[in-house]
Design a protein around this ligand. Structure first.
Ligand SMILES: [Zn+2]
Length: 195
């Protein structure tokens, strides 16, 4: 069996200075790189997702001119733009599988996306015999939450690396971690990751 790391949406638009930047986003990018470099044998597979929205579209009601920051959001992560790229501090050369999601629709969970060959994360994990999935990234209270819940639903043993996530708001981020723990995820940190 194998262990994988899922890096959720560590993109320029979700980090400081981006159109929907969260505090701590750049530190998450650097922290994930540090983990991968300090424990190079920790993961059999590294998967990363990117929100990847259509230009000039509300993407199924996901993007609004007057967003409520709950169900609607400002323009972010438009396909092919700088804002949709991985944060420069993230070691993107260490990513084995690149998932894109949200083309023309809202997609909080990375499990709703697919790689360049049309494979979902569920299919990729199954093909590689992955039974343990560590989850890190942005945002704790939205896409990390939804992705980790889907991983649990898929039968993975899930750890959320709480020092390598950043959220939109403190209260909802704490609630998301509580919900994930109640659903069966282990709340761990990068220090707990076995080499
Ligand atoms: Zn989005």
């Amino acid at each position: 069996m194998a262990r994988a790391l899922l890096i959720v949406d560590v993109q320029n638009d979700f980090t400081e200075g981006g159109s929907l930047g969260v505090d701590g986003g750049a530190a998450v990018a650097a922290g994930i790189t540090k983990l991968l470099e300090s424990k190079p044998g920790a993961y059999d597979l590294v998967i990363a997702s990117r929100d990847w929205h259509d230009p000039d579209s509300d993407n199924g009601g996901h993007i609004a001119a007057d967003p409520d920051y709950v169900n609607t959001w400002p323009v972010h992560c438009v396909s092919g733009t700088e804002g949709a790229e991985y944060h420069p501090a993230l070691a993107s050369d260490r990513i084995d599988v690149h998932i894109k999601k949200g083309q023309g629709k809202p997609a909080y969970s990375a499990f709703e996306g697919a790689d360049d060959f049309g494979k979902t994360i569920g299919e990729v994990l199954q093909a590689h015999g992955v039974d343990e999935l560590d989850v890190a990234g942005i945002a704790t209270d939205y896409c990390v939450r939804a992705s980790a819940l889907d991983a649990l639903h898929d039968g993975e043993r899930v750890r959320v690396l709480t020092d390598l996530v950043a959220g939109v708001a403190d209260a909802t981020s704490r609630a998301a971690l509580d919900e994930l723990k109640a659903a069966g995820a282990v709340l761990a940190t990068s220090a707990d990751v076995e080499e």
